[in-house]
Ligand binder design. Structure first.
Ligand code: PLP
Length: 421
């Protein structure tokens, strides 16, 4: 459920018609709904009610400071994977004790920043990383709270590029070696083991892989406790998927996911931590774009938009589906025709959809890519020297630009031409 609905013949973000935003801000532009973002955070928070828990929003899904501030205000923790994300979380008002540091390649300077600024835990992914953190913590005279990310070798049954819990993936340490690695962690100075971490992938549309992974985590908890480790916290990762194609998919709800958590690890007396990103931000954002041309091709029409793969790379990178809807509501029962929906970039991969049935569109019409709030703006680039799309936040009947579109001067001014050329 989201707050992008037709009203009086126009698609709205909450109470704001999207053509108003297009007229003020231009296109392409990302538009987020305050209410939808908050609602999806709350769904997770409620799904874990009854267990001590913290929902740590995965900052990489969508990291604008305004969005982070909404979640911070609501009491969210944050899961960060770089110093930049750590700094964003702090700037949004999240205290260090609610920030979890994940990622396979945390550098020593990143570790130092987090230890000095305050951190809830580091989710460690390898032995070399564990030794590095031990050194950094000792050099600062502090203790770093850690979990070790275990790789449970579970098939998340999602796209290969966002599957992270199989033994061939680069993430975590094999669960079979966990006891050995925890034993080393316990011996290293400057580290304090606080729990276990697991994250098996993104855009999961079934609960069973979570259930399998979490059962393995429950077994491991017992084994590690028997070895004398204090396992008080289980970080179960993120990954719950969203319905990108509304007409034919309905992934499990957060409340159903919460049931799996309760069933598998709820009896262990651990604090539960989760790291959802996509489900919190995904349906809270759309990408607003305008039709530049309608081009007649061989046996198909191309809808050429002013948004491109540099703005939204998911279709090119993951073969992802986004519902693309006209901002002007089509008449009920209106005929549709198939379009190839493309951007202006000089690559055939700059294709958002092929043969997509849509009501007839004309030059200048506005369209919205639904479910573009996660892994959208954060993955955008200036490829083809296109300016980064601005971000806009809507709350009820008002909106604000939360990241302006840069100017061409801004873009050119970043480059330096050495005088010896
Ligand atoms: C990407 C990521 C998440 C969030 O995944 P979603 O599918 O967006 O919920 C959580 N934890 C880690 C470690 C990640 O890398």
């Amino acid at each position: 459920m989201d707050h992008f609905l037709y009203r009086d013949g126009l698609l709205h973000a909450e109470d704001v018609p999207l053509d108003d935003i297009a007229a003020t801000v231009g296109t392409p532009a990302y538009v987020y709904s305050h209410a939808t973002l908050l609602r999806h955070f709350t769904l997770f928070d409620e799904a874990l009610a009854g267990m001590p828990h913290l929902v740590c929003y995965s900052v990489k899904a969508s990291s604008n400071l305004a969005l982070l501030s909404i979640l911070a205000e609501a009491g969210a923790g944050m899961d960060v994977v770089s110093e930049g994300e750590y700094r964003r979380a702090r700037a949004a008002g999240v205290p260090g004790e609610r920030i979890v540091f994940s990622g396979v390649g945390k550098t020593r300077p990143e570790m130092r920043t987090a230890l000095e600024g305050g951190i809830r835990q580091f989710n460690l992914e390898s032995e070399p990383e564990m030794r590095a953190l031990s050194e950094v913590a000792v050099s600062l005279g502090v203790e770093a709270p850690v979990t070790i990310r275990v790789n449970p070798d579970v098939d998340a049954r999602t796209h290969a590029k966002i599957s992270t819990g199989k033994s061939e993936n680069k993430f975590g340490i094999p669960i079979a070696r966990a006891r050995e690695v925890y034993a080393e962690a316990a011996k290293l100075p400057g580290l304090r083991v606080v729990g276990i971490d697991v994250h098996i992938g993104s855009q999961l549309t079934e609960l069973e892989p979570f259930e399998t992974a979490y059962r393995k985590v429950a077994e491991l908890t017992a084994a590690l406790r028997a070895d004398g480790h204090a396992i008080d916290r289980l970080d179960l990762g993120g990954g719950l998927g969203i319905p990108y194609e509304r007409s034919n998919s309905a992934p499990p709800l957060p409340v159903e996911y919460g049931e799996v958590v309760k069933r598998t690890v709820g009896q262990l007396g651990c604090e539960i931590q989760i790291e959802p990103g996509r489900l919190i931000a995904g349906n809270a954002g759309i990408l607003l774009s305008r039709v530049v041309y309608v081009k007649q091709g061989e046996g198909r029409d191309f809808l050429i938009l002013d948004a491109a793969m540099n703005d939204l790379i998911r279709p090119a990178m993951y073969d992802a589906w986004h519902d693309i809807v006209p901002v002007a509501e089509p008449a009920a029962g209106a005929e549709t025709r198939p379009y190839d929906v493309v951007g202006p970039i000089c690559e055939s991969g700059d294709t958002f959809a092929k043969g997509r049935p849509m009501s007839p569109l004309r030059e200048g019409d506005l369209v919205a890519f639904r479910s573009a709030g996660a892994y959208g703006a954060v993955m955008s680039s200036e490829y083809n020297s296109r300016l980064l799309a601005p971000e806009v936040l809507v709350r009820r009947d008002h909106f604000a630009v939360i990241r302006p579109r840069p100017s061409f001067d801004d873009m050119l001014a970043r480059d330096r031409v050495p005088e010896w050329i």
